[in-house]
Unconditional design. Structure first.
Length: 91
C-alpha cells in the first residue's frame, strides 16, 4: 500500500494518519503476504518524469509499527520500482 506526497505537502491530518494506521493494521492481520504501507515523499515539485536523478524519502510501516525510514539522495525511480517488485525497501 502506498501514500504519495510531494515535497511541498505537509504531514496528513490526524484523521488521515489514523485511517492509514487502521488500514495497515487490518491488511497486516488479514493477509500473510501483506508487506506494509510505504509513504513516499517525492523530493521534487510536481513534475515528471520520475527517474533516477530524483531524490525521495520513504517510510515503511507494517502492522502499525515503523519498520524503516530511508532518504535516497538519488535513484528515486529504482527505489520505488524495488518496492513494487519485492515489497521492501532498497538497501
Amino acid at each position: 500500500m502506498f501514500e504519495w506526497k510531494w515535497i511541498r505537502e505537509t504531514v496528513g491530518g490526524p484523521g488521515t494518519l489514523q485511517s492509514l494506521h487502521d488500514m495497515d493494521v487490518a491488511f497486516n492481520s488479514a493477509s500473510h503476504t501483506y508487506t506494509g504501507l510505504f509513504i513516499v515523499r517525492m523530493g521534487w515539485e510536481e513534475e515528471f518524469p520520475l527517474d533516477d536523478t530524483q531524490k525521495c524519502e520513504i517510510q515503511h510501516i507494517c502492522g502499525g509499527v515503523v519498520e524503516n525510514h530511508v532518504h535516497y539522495s538519488s535513484n528515486a525511480r529504482t527505489a520505488i520500482q524495488y518496492i513494487l517488485d519485492h515489497g521492501k525497501l532498497l538497501s
